[in-house]
Design a protein around this ligand. Structure first.
Ligand SMILES: Cc1cc2nc3c(=O)[nH]c(=O)nc-3n(C[C@H](O)[C@H](O)[C@H](O)COP(=O)(O)O)c2cc1C
Length: 394
């Protein structure tokens, strides 16, 4: 059985950590809890040992005279979670300050680290906290964004500890097999907007949901992921570098800047094929609107990638079609030099734009395979499994 360390720091949300410890235990993990002195002002070690069936550690154990060196022994684990992570803890951890048991074991941690900040809105937004979070992320720690809502002060804002179920789901994702460990994956998602004037544009109903699901699946498989994201209402995924773009030209420029360094490129974005030849800087008056709009082609990003790719890179395209999906997907596979094209019939209910589910046809040089109906996340995982298999063979 795997062992997880749960660090608890001094914040109002410390009581939720008892629930989290219990859920981790129910999921089959041995949970070693470590409390800071401030955490002990909010919850007792007894609460944790009662739900984990194991001893909970406090700072008094750091300099124990007997047995193995505690912080080194505890650090030999696949995952350290700190929930709630106080502002004080984040600031110290960003500097590698090891003045207590939790700080010391964090420096010695052999596996992954998941930090779950919780504090008042002002403390979260403070430049010192944001600096610490940026540093921790740059050091490879996963830092969850706190949730918005009611705070202990009675005010509303961003700073709540995410619910234990959400932290548990993230922890389980981080513990999954790392089939893409060390790989760099580039993903495009969402629609593009081609502006006619400042208030009018040409676009499509893509939400970015499918591409975000692919990016998250790649992240959870251990890849360093860059997501080039067109205008989307969805929250930016955690632990992924997001490059926000608006037009097809901006998306192409972002992809071009990153393509050479990636091991795999998954192009899910619904990129406009045409844009107005001219974009006016001021709103066109209704009376001046003509019935025709001169258009020009945008750069075909997938075709460009196919023309410059190396044989070591893996290229996956999408074909959102109405009509003969298999034939269209096969054509795209050949013409754009892809390893796989994911075809889907956007005319079908429960597939294509905006839906939570999708039904796809995976078309490769070796054949075709129907996938789904399934959630976009599951389809994302299937795509990433294909990418991982191809990369292993190269
Ligand atoms: C009633 C009370 C509630 C607190 N809640 C929080 C909190 O939610 N988040 C936070 O970062 N600090 C909070 N603090 C401040 C921390 O407890 C304080 O910074 C402490 O030094 C943190 O120590 P630690 O990081 O070693 O656990 C709170 C303090 C008190 C007295």
């Amino acid at each position: 059985m795997s062992r997880i360390v749960l660090g608890v720091t001094g914040g109002v949300a410390a009581y939720k950590a008892v629930m989290l410890a219990s859920r981790l235990r129910q999921s089959g993990y041995d949970v070693d809890v470590v409390l800071t002195p401030a955490a002990e002002a909010f919850v007792t070690p007894l609460s944790f040992s009662a739900v984990t069936g194991r001893r909970a550690y406090t700072d008094r154990d750091l300099f124990a005279a007997e047995g193995p060196i505690l912080h080194v022994a505890l650090a030999q684990t696949d995952l350290v979670i700190v929930a709630p992570a106080s502002a004080d803890f984040l600031a110290k951890a960003a500097h590698g300050i090891a003045g207590d048991l939790l700080g010391t074991l964090l420096l010695a941690a052999a596996g992954k680290v998941l930090l779950c900040p919780a504090m008042e809105d002002d403390m979260w937004r403070h430049p010192a906290t944001q600096r610490a979070v940026r540093q921790l992320r740059a050091d490879g720690r996963t830092v969850l964004d706190p949730a918005a809502g009611h705070l202990a002060s009675g005010r509303s804002g961003v700073g709540r500890l995410p619910e234990p179920e959400e932290i548990l789901a993230q922890a389980l994702r981080m513990l999954r097999a790392q089939t893409l460990g060390g790989a760099r994956v580039l993903v495009t998602a969402g629609p593009t907007r081609e502006y006619i004037d400042p208030v009018r544009f040409i676009s499509n109903p893509s939400t970015g949901r499918m591409g975000i699901a692919v990016a998250e699946a790649a992240r959870d498989a251990g890849a360093a992921v860059t997501l080039v994201l067109g205008p989307s209402e969805l929250p930016a995924p955690q632990g992924i570098e997001v490059l926000d773009v608006t037009s097809a030209a901006e998306m192409y420029a972002a992809v071009e800047s990153r393509f050479r360094d990636c091991d795999a490129f998954v192009a899910t974005a619904a990129v406009a094929d045409l844009r107005p030849r001219e974009r006016l800087g001021r709103k066109i008056k209704k009376a001046d609107l003509g019935m025709e709009l001169p258009m020009e082609r945008t750069t075909d990003i997938l075709a460009w990638a196919g023309s410059v790719r190396t044989s070591r890179q893996v290229l996956v395209g999408f074909a959102a079609e109405t009509g003969d999906v298999p034939a269209q997907a096969r054509k795209k596979l050949m013409e754009k030099h892809c390893d796989m094209v994911v075809g889907n019939d956007i005319g079908e209910p429960g597939a294509g734009f905006a839906a939570d589910t999708n039904r796809c046809l995976f078309v490769t040089g070796e054949g075709e395979q129907e996938v789904g109906p399934a959630s976009k996340r599951q389809i994302g995982e299937e795509i990433i499994a294909f990418v991982a298999e191809r990369l292993r063979g190269r």
